[in-house]
Design a protein around this ligand. Structure first.
Ligand code: MRU
Length: 345
């Protein structure tokens, strides 16, 4: 299942706000359409928003193809700035935009139509590469998944969160395909319910056994020895291995440590941010408290009582058993071990 379709001119996104009840595709014909789709989380998940932003730059480039070169270059700079203002935490967004900026600055000798073609090809490359990268993450994670493993995951890290296949869900897919007979507990992942709506939907389509639990049930299941391992994705991993991921991930890592259960993070190298020494420096997106206070149009919190909505949290590296990437697995990540990935990246 792919949630991002590109026909060379137009981007179509499977509207993740409507899933699982409706399959609705959103057409993005302008940079603003793309930026809004990311802001409103019609498309979400770190690698998916990176690829979408790259297509946004491509759409912007096409729209500016009649401009003189110097005007085109400053205009496309503005396009990149707009797309970079959509969401702050997942570094893949900035990684993809920077990759487009680098390509442009290395090719300023080309004329504008050639640059536009080059930009379009680069966006497509980012999308193609993402799928291959996820499959490698799946293969690399496989040795960590025992036969019959009962796996807890959080948020959605599958085809919907990437261009296809997924990161943590990619490892689960690879395990299933290898005949390991795994089963999955999907945290519902309040308040956006990516686990209940999206992970359950994807796994059901692939006929991988899945049971949805509320976020607060994880500790009980661990205590009852119902969970063999936890695997999650990541939105940004800093130089020491600290990992920002969907709010609730940190609590799972603490619980897993307490119960002696392995806690794995699966992510592409594009999620690594070596510019930040530790997770304290990661900007945590604060979304509208209404997303917590209102469910399906109905207010569940008394009027006048405030709600909070930090959309991500940071799991310290010492709670992480291993980070699984397309370039290999780093056990007990810390600054020294993460540097190995930096060299490979
Ligand atoms: O707010 P979201 O839905 O964009 O958050 C997504 C997550 O936190 C995912 O776990 C993360 O991006 C990894 S996706 C492969």
């Amino acid at each position: 299942m792919q949630a991002i379709k590109w026909n060379g001119q137009r981007l179509e996104l499977l509207d993740q706000l409507q899933l699982p009840n409706q399959i609705e595709w959103v057409k993005c014909e302008s940079v603003e359409d793309v930026a809004e789709a990311i802001e409103k989380m019609k498309v979400r998940g770190a690698p998916a928003i990176g690829a979408t932003a790259a297509f946004g730059v491509s759409i912007g480039a096409r729209a500016g193809q009649e401009l003189q070169k110097s005007d085109f270059l400053s205009y496309i700079d503005g396009v990149c700035d707009r797309l970079a203002r959509t969401r702050p935490t997942a570094v893949n967004l900035f990684w993809a935009i920077q990759r487009m900026r680098n390509l442009i600055s290395q090719n300023t000798d080309l004329d504008v139509p050639e640059l536009v073609d080059l930009i379009q090809r680069e966006a497509q490359n980012i999308a193609y590469e993402d799928v291959e990268i996820n499959k490698s993450i799946g293969r690399n994670g496989l040795p960590l998944i025992p036969h019959n493993a009962r796996i807890l995951t959080h948020c959605n890290t599958g085809s919907l969160a990437t261009v296809d296949y997924g990161t943590a869900l990619g490892v689960i897919r690879a395990s299933h395909a290898s005949g390991r007979q795994v089963s999955v507990y999907a945290d519902e992942t309040r308040p956006y319910l990516q686990g209940a709506r999206l992970t359950a939907f994807e796994l059901q389509q692939d006929q991988i056994p899945v049971t949805v639990i509320t976020d607060s049930m994880a500790g009980h299941l661990m205590k009852e020895e119902q969970i063999d391992l936890v695997i999650v994705g990541a939105d940004r991993i800093t130089a020491n291995g600290d990992t920002a991921n969907k709010i609730g991930t940190y609590s799972l890592a603490v619980l897993a440590k307490h119960h002696g259960i392995p806690f794995y993070v699966a992510a592409p190298i594009s999620t690594l941010d070596f510019a930040l020494a530790s997770g304290d420096q990661i900007e945590i997106e604060q979304r509208s408290p209404d997303e917590v206070a209102i469910i399906a149009g109905k207010r569940i919190v008394p009027e006048g009582v405030p709600a909070l909505h930090p959309a991500f949290d940071v799991t310290p590296h010492d709670l992480i058993t291993a980070i699984i990437t397309e370039k290999g697995v780093i056990l007990s990540p810390d600054t020294e071990r993460m540097a190995i990935l930096r060299k490979k990246g």
